[in-house]
Ligand binder design. Structure first.
Ligand code: MIC
Ligand code: SF4
Length: 755
């Protein structure tokens, strides 16, 4: 039986009437995304023609998921809210803190020793507040959610940007910061700007070497890392229904890489098969009962241009496998063009390592298709040129692929199997030699490939591809190898071709697992004590941030003007820093150390205006803090893209940065800044970015009349005494202005729950 089946029954019982009411209010057919949004409006909200990309709307999500690296902060905040139990079903997943070094068992053991304090904290908070706890080794949050919790037509939020993976099962699943999760767990409404809608029509059918991954790699190439911002992407068409449920999950997962709020697919037979095979025939039966409500109205898919803001059509019959990268997931190259493109750009073409798995591509189907290629190595007298590594997405998948002999096939090509965890995807790859910073190329089936992301080496060129293509390129050891047309030389000196991959959508013998790694919470957790050692280096209870002083902000110093891409990885790096995710002061020592200083093109080197000398960003900021001087951070386009980690907002808040002024923001990061009581502003005129000088002091005026839709004025005083006055826009609504005034949303929640 599925978890929380009563909740699912209730959602389905209420859904048809809510959808009908919305259809009536709008007087037109509805997309699937709208059906799910309208059926999850918060009680204080009635259906109306909300403005896409304009109206802030309150929702009541069905559930919350958190991974260990973000759960610490989310739960430290939740503990301050003063509630005895979470208001909606919630889970914690231990997946981000496990290194990939030797192999699964040993690495897991090291993690459970090293991070014992954090795991114990998460387990006891979960136990106390009624939260399901998935132990280290159980698997990666999004795979575990897909296998156990996602359900068609549901709405969930998760403290991880790839929460969107659950769209593969027809949910609206949205990545948020911990403070948002805290609201929902405390029983409060969750606010989101009513999204725009992008429709993607998939015609034809996947075949040969092409995989679901190639759909999203292609889409990323079309839309770029910003193109999905503020939008839900809804896939439909024969190409969608003919694809596996887990393949749909992969596509939705990487919707995070185009900045989309989330992505989803209508309920179909593939979802029903997946639900049944993962022990949830009960959910499949319930979904079958209201199937018409779990997909768009027929008119919508017949005339998508009328209902979506943008429609893209992709023909799967002719779609080629793609390789996206290096350093950004939207640089898409069809495999047949790689020779040319790599040569033109001087990319290193020897593939050193191929890595498959992660939350993005760990399905039984993915693994079985990769295995069909690995088998050909022995059959055709080949040797695998690159190293090959696997991070299974869950213990259930790992156990099943071991039972079915797949791990044996992989070990014959020298593969290493790491723990069921994020590992190399999040910089927890203790790669031998990475510290030498040599230029090299890797290919992986993960989702992100920002600089340093996998192994900490800025000169690792990482390319994202399907598990099938990763496996083929690892065998060939060559980035320019096109398995569709090229041959390899075998041990007899013959030219051989790899046959196109084949595999099973689902295990014919069903999934199996001995210990899935789940720990249910206490029925009554009131007597559970959550202890945090005040001397801990890894955990620190939170002190509320100070409220706004009630005046304009005067003489802020420029801390850094960041140049170019500044993702949350640049603002709050992962890898070795993950261990401080529960300790705000300690993790603040990584603040913005990856951002490039516009004025000297260096990372982690900024001018301290008090002394005139250069120092690291955290040291400089701490010096301003000690002197009681507020600062401002200036950024470029799509600032804060990438992950949901609210540390990227809490660290500047904690260290005394008052304003982040950019050309544009990524959605989750902008919300995270607002939640923590910061000012997130954008240049009204993007060219004003050029007016910011290294020694600027900056006033922010207009705060005493801070109001929705009214820009603020910034006065820049340059070193020579001259000044520039510029306008800054913001997207704060009245509620968010209250967060700013209170010094952070949590200061308000605490009062609401107590009062
Ligand atoms: C990521 O893929 O970058 C992460 C690590 O999963 C993050 C969350 C985090 O920073 O903890 C994400 O995508 O939100
Ligand atoms: Fe983990 Fe990587 Fe997935 Fe993030 S993207 S949840 S780090 S596997």
């Amino acid at each position: 039986m599925a978890f929380d089946i009563e909740m699912i029954k209730k959602v389905y019982a209420e859904m048809p009437a809510k959808i009908n009411a919305a259809r009536e209010a709008l007087g037109r057919p509805l997309t699937l995304s709208e059906k799910i949004l309208f059926s999850h409006l918060h009680g204080d909200q009635s259906p109306s023609n909300f403005e896409r990309g304009g109206s802030y709307v309150d929702f009541a999500p069905d559930r919350v998921a958190m991974q260990d690296a973000t759960a610490q902060m989310a739960l430290l905040q939740f503990m301050q809210a003063g509630r005895p139990k979470v208001a909606v079903p919630s889970t914690v997943h231990c997946d981000h803190l496990i290194s990939a070094k030797v192999e699964a068992k040993q690495d897991l053991q090291v993690a459970t020793t090293e991070s014992k304090e954090v795991y114990d904290f998460l387990a006891s908070v979960s136990n106390k507040y009624g939260i399901g706890f998935w132990k280290p080794g159980a698997g990666i949050i999004h795979q575990v959610v897909l296998e156990n919790y996602a359900f068609p037509g549901g709405m969930m939020i998760g403290t991880d940007s790839h929460t969107v993976n659950a769209g593969g099962l027809g949910m609206l699943a949205i990545g948020v910061g911990g403070a948002d999760a805290c609201d929902v767990m405390a029983g409060l409404a969750w606010e989101l700007k009513w999204p725009k809608l992008i429709g993607i029509k998939l015609t034809g059918k996947l075949n040969g070497w092409t995989a679901p991954k190639d759909v999203i790699l292609k889409v990323a190439g079309i839309l770029t890392v910003k193109g999905g911002t503020g939008a839900i992407v809804e896939y439909f068409g024969e190409g969608a229904t003919s694809m596996s449920c887990t393949g749909k999950g992969t596509i939705c997962n990487m919707g995070a890489e185009i900045g989309a709020t989330t992505s989803t697919f209508g309920y179909d037979a593939s979802m029903s098969r997946y639900l049944s095979s993962t022990g949830r025939a009960d959910v499949a039966a319930l979904a079958d009962g209201i199937a018409e409500h779990l997909t768009a109205d027929a008119e919508v898919y017949a005339n998508p241009e009328k209902y979506f803001d943008q429609v893209i059509e992709i023909d799967l019959n002719t779609l080629e496998p793609h390789l996206n990268g290096p350093f950004t997931p939207d640089l898409a190259t069809p495999i047949s063009k790689m020779k040319e493109v790599a040569a033109a750009n001087g990319w290193p073409t020897t593939v050193e390592v191929g890595l498959i798995g992660s939350c993005t591509n760990s399905s039984y189907e993915d693994i079985s298709r990769a295995v069909s290629l690995a088998k050909q190595v022995a059959q055709k007298g080949l040797t695998t040129k690159a190293e090959y590594m696997i991070t299974p997405g869950s213990e259930q998948v790992r156990y099943t692929i071991e039972r079915d002999g797949f791990l044996d096939v992989f070990s014959q090509i020298g593969a290493k199997v790491f723990a069921n965890a994020c590992g190399p995807c999040i910089g927890m790859w203790e790669r031998v030699g990475a510290e030498k910073k040599e230029k090299n190329t890797i290919v992986h089936s993960f989702n992100r490939n920002f600089a340093k992301r996998a192994d900490g080496n800025p000169n690792t060129f990482a390319f994202v591809a399907s598990p099938e293509i990763v496996t083929a390129l690892a065998i060939a050891g060559d980035l320019t190898f096109n398995p569709l047309t090229d041959t390899l030389t075998n041990d007899k000196g013959e030219q051989v071709k790899l046959d196109a991959p084949t595999g099973d959508e689902l295990p014919t013998k069903g999934f199996a697992v001995e210990d899935a790694g789940y720990q249910a919470p206490a029925v009554d957790g009131s007597s559970v004590v959550v202890a945090v050692d005040p001397a801990s280096k890894r955990l620190q209870l939170l002190d509320p941030f100070a409220a706004w002083e009630g005046t304009d902000l005067k003489s802020l110093k420029l801390l850094i003007k960041a140049k170019g891409k500044c993702t949350t990885d640049h603002i709050s790096m992962a890898g070795p820093w993950l261990k401080f995710r529960g300790h705000l002061d300690n993790i603040s020592n990584n603040m913005l150390i990856g951002a490039v200083n516009f004025f000297n093109e260096k990372t982690d080197s900024v001018k301290n205006q008090l002394t005139g000398s250069f120092d690291t960003v955290p040291n400089t900021q701490r010096a301003y803090k000690a002197a009681g001087i507020g600062t401002i951070v200036v950024g470029d386009e799509n600032y804060g893209e990438g992950s949901s980690r609210e540390h990227a907002a809490m660290e500047p808040r904690h260290l005394g940065v008052r304003v982040v002024l950019t050309k544009s923001f990524a959605r989750i990061h902008e919300t995270n800044l607002k939640k923590q009581g910061m000012l997130a502003l954008t240049f009204a005129n993007k060219a004003d970015y050029d007016k910011i000088q290294e020694d600027d002091s900056i006033d922010v005026n207009g705060l005493t009349s801070f109001a929705p839709g009214t820009p603020l004025t910034l006065v820049l005083t340059h070193k020579d005494g001259s000044t520039d006055s510029i306008e800054a826009n913001h997207t704060y609504n009245q509620q968010q202005i209250e967060w700013f005034k209170a010094g952070g949303a949590l200061n308000i929640i605490r009062k609401q729950v107590a009062g």
